[in-house]
Write a new protein. Sequence first.
Lengths: 321, 442
Amino acid sequence: MGNCRQFPTFFIACFKEKGGLFVNSKKKGMTLIAKQKAAGWAFLTPATLMIAVMSFYPMVRAFIISLQTGTGANMRFAEPIFNNYKRMLADKVFKQSIGNTFFYLIIQVPIMLVLAILLAQLLNNRDLKLKGFFRTCVFLPCATSLVSYALIFRSLFAEDGLINTILVKLHILESGYNFLGNSASAKIVIIIALVWRWTGYNMVFYLSGLQNIEYSVYEAAKIDGANGWKTFWKITVPLLKPTIIMTFIMSINGTLQLFDESVNLTKGGPANSTITMSHYVYNTCFINVPNFGYASAMAFLIFIMVAVLAFINLKVGDTRD
Amino acid sequence: MKKKFLSVLLAGAMVLSLAACGNSGESSDDSSAKTEEDGGGSEGGNKLTVWAWDQTFNIKAMEMAGEQYAKDHEGFELEVIETSSDDCQTKLTTCGNSGDYGTMADIVLMQDNSYQKFLKSYPDAFTDLTDCGINWDDFATLKQSYSMVDDKHYGVPYDNGVCAAFYRTDVLDEAGYKIEDLTDITWSEFIKIGEDVHKKTGKYLLTSESTGGDTIMLMIQSCGANFVNEDGEAFIVGNETAEKCIDLYTEMIEKDVVKLVNNWDEYIKTVTNGEAAGIVNGNWMNATLVGIEDQKGLWQITTLPKVDGVDTATNYANNGGSSWYITSNCQNVELAMDFLKSTFGSSTEFYDSILPATSGIACYLPAGESEVYNEPVEFYGGQPIYSTLVEYSSHIPEFTKTPYHYEARECVNTAIINITNGTSKEDALKEAQETLEFKMTE
């Protein structure tokens, strides 16, 4: 730990030194502040340009495409102009995919975040041995790629996969159960997979949030006679609030754009009961007769949903009067 | 401090070297793209690039074609770039939508079932091959029709998709049946035998994917029908043939004749672990089967069951072959046309040479008469399956193609799952009809 503490001071020392050099060698014409400002802009510009080109331009372009219709390369502007958006209202499969995605969202996100906060609390314990080891273990699922972990879950839950073999050996089941062939169980498998994959990721945020809470606050609470439960709700949760809101927004964002699990675990089946919005958008472009206009419109709707939910989340979490 | 510095250095080195890997990969891609462009008129154009999948089959055949052509044409060069079937289609979609075909190869392999979809969506991507000198009558009319629009040819037929019923003779024996009992039967007879086999041996006479399965498609196409009418409109409700097929298929699911699996891996697994006593699919299943050493000599092929009570029903169908097309990015169309014509399009010699090497069955009809095709195949207990399959392929009825093949397949498979889960047939079919109609509008 000692090393860690020294590290920032070392850097600050470096900066001071550099700053010193900088001041001495500065040419006339620009004041130090103007120079610093210019440097700031210089650092900002590449990133800003990149975001504008890679992110904002495609967004605008996607919106324009979403107003067009036609298969493949024969695109023209729709009549009426918002026809693609109107079309969504009549699209049963898309509605089903919205239902599925929100089902995952409502069930999975709370379970995952509660688990993450509990794990973070446990692993933040000062007296815990092998802390680093446990933290790594919980975080490790995040190091696997989305496709490969989905494939692993697929084989785990196959009819003769590990889970079924264990259940049969323990005489809980008589023969293998087709988890992925049944709409209810297929959804549950996807939720389990998501929880496994993302809990550790969120835990890391909580852990860093917890480490920013001064231990003396807890000591003071202890002296005042607060028990563990009370400390958790009155100290940990309020002080972690910004982190909680951030993880919520990220999880909502991630879940609404869920794709790999639906494609690789279940192919959206059986009978579209596990298909997600993004998966359906993909199908519209690359599996079915390509209709990029309609697909863009759906993608734009997902974007709006994410934005609205994130906005609500921020408002709910805002404690300023 | 030293340690920290070292670890940062190491991590940095790793990231940089990995980034370099990525770069070199890209730059080689770039160079291949460049050579594609150069492959055109600028350099005299003796080089063609090809995208195809499957090392043991398509790619091998294409490479052999290149070698053969190079013998008579000095300086001819052929580069085959392995590209999965999905990637070939995704790349075409992205190129088509951006309107820039500059990154495409000269010749690309395409699934027959996808042809109509892409011909409708990106007509610019293809080269009209009608007058390239191939005698089109040398190919079965059905096979040709996959890659045709308005009587124009856009594909050189290659991989045959003729279907066969593959059965495990040892399992049939155990249940008291012979391959002859399953030859030229109807699906309801098949169901009876299948039930019996499942009861006696616990094995399934058929397996199929529940999402994206082809069985229902080849059932209806064996009747010369489809889930669209002649005008290309969705035709599920009121389509007697379709209803008969769906009835038979749901009956098979309910009676444990067919085992529904969730994906292709599980489909193959039912064969490798011996759960499947039968497979009904394109002849390309052969490539998978012959790889299973311990089942050597146990398999035999015969005709498909046919749909009961439909006048046009046959025991033959086609599923999932592929054909070559020349992209609009090809700078030397003449060379590409001549190459395809003199190998895949007219040379029995060529087909004779690729059969032993790839066990791929040609669509080129004159090739089927060759002796190589009549040789017995050990894996199938000495059955001469190649000539048998070529013979089957001449009986497949034609049917109306649709660009919305995958949509129709999805809608019908969804309806079938819904019916087995308790939805009334009427409601399920109505929903399938409506969904398919919806997908056909813009």
